[in-house]
Design a protein around this ligand. Structure first.
Ligand code: PLP
Length: 408
């Protein structure tokens, strides 16, 4: 008899963004004239940089000629891209990462989702609350949790991120094996300093844990003192894996390209407690289950590192950061306590006693603006909303004018 994976039954029935979509559809049906501005889901709105488009086209043209056509590529990614990444994203910032420690993929979502399968099913997971839901749901699917009870899965070590700790998680008070961190953070938009990140690296070393560091929003960091990579912290190569993505960096959400860094020095432990390298495990996983990102897409990603591409990508992130500043200023003017919006495209707003969904409905009904209710990211998100800077400047300005009218 074919039986299902019963761990799926534990998953919360509705996905946050489908709940939002339902409410927006209902609003549109009852107010067909409404002009809705979406500052909810974190998808980019601007076109790919010109340098990437040109390289993308060239890559496609090469596929059209028998002499330059390429079939299956290396599962880990083409050397031209891995070399550019190692040099430009790490070595120039003093992080000693080699090309063969980089695994190119079609998304940080799949990589952050899939990575947990390398580990034993009885390890203890530490996850921030609020959180990008993928880390949690994939561990539920893998059977590492109990049932969902009072807003939380049993068996997970939740790391509360609240205004009391400036939305930076504290070191776990119970032993944990795998720690998920994300900076600049989705959903709160907070960043972490080097000394704060060093505490995590030291902790992982002392406790034989591993950190999965999601740096999908690294391109929005403008403050030179903030770490762009966990490998800027001494000792991190032994205890951390890092995820990066071109989605927000270069507008690749629909084009799909990302990468994961698994340093050769990174160690995990076998059942007897002996250290063993992690790199061959991820390599084996990728070779078995993944067949690489298409050649034209990798050519487009490589163009991010050309002089022209670098300037265009910076301008792209600056555009969204400009929107973030407008949102942040409007929220400050309205008297809402908020974090994020600097070195990050997300603004995390305290609803001044309003429930997250109540605040969401208020903005939808009175201002025609769609945000994301913080409660959808975890129990600690209750009472907050997330506003994303991914939209046109015009729409962001209109949305802020309407919100000021709705809330004054
Ligand atoms: N990690 C975080 C924290 C994200 O917010 C997102 C997308 O919203 C991703 C990863 C997914 O990135 P990708 O588009 O590369 O799959």
């Amino acid at each position: 008899m074919i039986r299902v994976n019963e761990h799926y039954d534990k998953l919360q029935a509705s996905y946050l963004f489908s709940d939002i979509a339902k409410r927006v559809t209902t609003h549109q049906e009852t107010h067909p004239e409404a002009d809705i501005i979406r500052l909810g889901i974190g998808d980019v709105t601007r076109a790919l940089p010109g340098a990437c488009i040109r390289a993308f086209h060239q890559g496609v043209d090469e596929m059209a000629d028998d002499a330059s056509f390429r079939g299956y590529g290396p599962e880990q990614g083409y050397d031209f891209l891995r070399e550019a990444i190692a040099r430009e994203d790490f070595q120039t910032r003093g992080a000693d990462i080699a090309p063969d420690e980089i695994f190119v993929s079609d998304g940080a979502k799949c990589d952050t989702a899939n990575f947990q399968e390398l580990f034993s099913s009885d390890i203890k997971i530490a996850i921030p609350d609020p959180v990008y839901p993928v880390y949690l749901d994939t561990n539920v699917m893998a059977g590492r949790t109990g049932t969902f009870d009072s807003g939380r899965y049993q068996g997970i070590c939740y790391m509360d991120c609240t205004k009391e700790n400036n939305f930076i998680p504290e070191l776990p008070k119970e032993p944990v094996d795998l720690i998920y961190l994300c900076f600049p953070n989705n959903p709160t938009g907070t960043t972490i300093t080097k000394p704060e990140l060093k505490r995590w690296v030291d902790y992982a070393k002392e406790t034989n844990a591993l950190i999965l560091f999601d740096a999908a929003y690294e391109a929005f960091i403008r403050d030179d003192d903030l770490p762009r990579s966990i490998y800027e912290i001494e000792g991190a190569k032994e205890v951390a894996v890092e995820f990066r993505s071109y989605s927000k960096t270069a507008g690749f959400t629909g084009t799909r390209c990302a990468y994961t860094v698994v340093p050769k020095a990174c160690r995990v432990f076998d059942q007897k407690g002996n250290p063993t390298p992690l790199h061959p495990l991820w390599n084996r996983r990728q070779c078995t289950k993944f067949n690489g990102v298409s050649y034209p897409v990798q050519k487009a990603a490589e163009a991010v590192y050309s002089p022209e591409g670098k300037a265009q990508v910076r301008e792209l992130a600056d555009y969204y950061l400009g929107n973030a500043k407008i949102i942040r200023t409007a929220m400050d003017t309205l008297g809402f306590a908020c974090v994020g919006g600097e070195n990050s495209p997300y603004i995390w707003i305290d609803g001044n006693g309003r429930d997250s969904w109540e605040f969401f409905d208020l903005l939808l009904n009175k201002a025609g603006v769609v945000c994301t209710p913080g409660a959808g990211f975890g129990r600690c998100g209750q009472g907050y909303i997330r506003i994303s800077a991914f939209n046109s400047l015009e729409n962001v300005e209109t949305a802020m004018t309407r919100m000021k009218e709705a809330i004054k």
